[in-house]
Design a protein around this ligand. Sequence first.
Ligand SMILES: [Zn+2]
Length: 259
Amino acid sequence: MAYPFETQSPKQAELSLFKTKLPHITASIQELFRAMSVSYRSIEQKDIFGNYGGLRRDNGFETALNLMWVAMLNDQIIQTDADVLTFISKLRVLCLKWYLFGNSLDSCLFFGYFFYLFYSQSKFIVRDQIRDLKMLIDNDNIVTQDSAIKSLLEPTHSSSWYQSELGIGDKLTNIFISNLDLVKVELPLPGYQITFQHSLQYDLRAPNFISRDLIETPSKKDGKVIISCPSCAQRCRGKLFTHLEMTCPKCSQTWTQRI
Ligand SMILES: [Zn+2]
């Protein structure tokens, strides 16, 4: 079974743009991918109970990760005082892009293992790393406004999520996360942590966390459903189906969602 992000089409034309616009990242991401690929092989082996064999810590992964944060700050795709989640999210977009240029799937699977499945541990490692970097690196706390970089690193998901009986989906992409792959959290912000703990089908297009206020629960009554348009927030009424396609009467945005 293919991982959901594998079906994205590679955009080789963007590779030279990536290399030109993001020189520090281009230099560092290759070593990160190498280290993640090795790390993946170290966790791939499972014991007789099906548990992972654990992560070897001597393969250079954490060093490569640290250098990657430095590269991201130097290429100014992130501000020095950004939070841990933003750092991880930007790295995820970079890794997905790099993968689409024809690089290792194993590296992406390790990314999924480390940043989704073991998020509670990995965020502390990242937090310590970036705290130290903030003292060392001065990027003027600026994020580049270069439009080519922005389009290269555009978000992989929307902020319009819906709740269905079986999970949570993105109205504007086909990202869908089963309830079994989510953990409900209340603090510091109510929402859902995406862990992929059940399926292990990491979707690198998905964020680590979805805040509850971004998730709409549809109102259902008498065979009808009312849901909001992801573009203009117009409340739209339609017939109730398990999979429905809606066109907004106000702005003509179409989208699909499960009920
Ligand atoms: Zn609309």
